[in-house]
Design a protein around this ligand. Structure first.
Ligand SMILES: Nc1ncnc2c1ncn2[C@@H]1O[C@H](COP(=O)(O)OP(=O)(O)OP(=O)(O)O)[C@@H](O)[C@H]1O
Ligand SMILES: [Mg+2]
Length: 283
């Protein structure tokens, strides 16, 4: 379904060009969940935006191939790219408040991709599908959410709304760039569970980006580790977690229990226990 071959991304907005992604390769089968992990600044978001066809900056040079069902997103026409975006490929981001427009109600924002890609669908049917989608992402009282403004919802609810908006056209690939980083651990676990269910029920492939290897382990079948714009390691979850080849990956793995301990210290005994239980459920 997706074949990224030798992707190089280079900024030209400074005196000296700066390469931020080098020789990136990724193959994804339909319905597969792949994790992309790496420290801050390692090039995860740039790679994700390029795959989603959202890096249209004129000061950026893109080399290589991004083949989606055989079509190269780097060379196809703008109109072809637009017909894929939000329809076959959708993306969700870290902070849903920045992707949701605060002055519009939730409903029209969830319907947006449908309005663009299926103009033949009338208003009532669009609303019906949007409310169904809000219910599908486990939002209670979806009719009320439909009429609400973003600020009336919690962070976790807003992320569910973003997932509903991303899923409304039934994309084949969902790119999730740190969708849970702004949420507390219990809500994180719920969102991960939701993504897992979407993948199972709708067969949507997911590229899940995170700097948190423990979340990746809960959700993904395969993981790609990036450092300094390069892939330093990739393989099945068992391979990479069982015997990481790179010292960098070993450090990322070693950081998992430390984070969990830190979280546990911050919480009262009871809530820390329930959060941990939730995370294990999500596996
Ligand atoms: N306009 C720009 N010019 C040059 N370099 C840039 C520009 N914008 C971003 N970068 C660099 O691109 C690199 C990759 O950034 P990217 O946002 O992909 O990292 P990331 O892995 O997503 O990090 P995080 O985990 O913090 O989200 C970073 O080193 C960043 O400094
Ligand atoms: Mg990022």
């Amino acid at each position: 379904m997706l074949d990224v071959i030798d992707l190089n991304l280079e900024f030209h907005d400074h005196l000296v060009p700066e390469t931020v992604v080098y020789d990136f390769d990724l193959h994804m089968e339909p319905g597969e969940i792949v994790g992309l992990v790496g420290e801050s600044g390692s090039g995860k978001s740039m790679t994700a935006l390029a795959i989603a066809g959202l890096l249209s900056r004129h000061d950026m040079q893109k080399r290589g191939k991004i083949l989606f069902e055989g079509q190269d997103l780097l060379t196809c026409r703008r109109s072809e790219l637009r017909s894929l975006q939000g329809d076959d490929i959708a993306m969700i981001f870290q902070e849903p408040m920045t992707s949701l427009n605060p002055v519009y109600r939730i409903g029209p924002q969830v319907e947006e991709a449908l309005r663009i890609h299926s103009p033949g669908i009338d208003k009532e049917e669009r609303k019906r599908r949007a409310i169904q989608m809000l219910a599908d992402v486990d939002l209670e009282e979806p009719e009320r959410v439909y009429d609400a403004y973003p600020h009336q919802l919690s962070g976790g609810m807003r992320q569910r709304v973003m997932i509903a908006a991303a899923m409304i056209c039934g994309p084949k690939l969902l790119i999730a760039d740190e969708p849970t980083t702004a949420l507390d651990v219990t809500v994180q676990a719920q969102i991960v569970k939701l993504l897992k269910r979407i993948n199972r029920e709708k067969k949507t492939a997911i590229l899940f980006i995170s700097h948190d290897l423990s979340l990746i382990r809960q959700l993904c079948q395969r993981v790609v580790v990036m450092q300094g714009g390069r892939i330093v390691e990739s393989g099945s979850i068992e391979e990479v977690y069982g015997s990481p080849r790179m010292e960098y990956t070993q450090k990322l793995i070693a950081a998992i229990p430390r984070c969990e301990k830190k979280y546990a210290r911050r919480q009262s005994g009871k809530s820390a226990q329930s959060a941990k239980g939730g995370m294990q459920d999500g596996r």
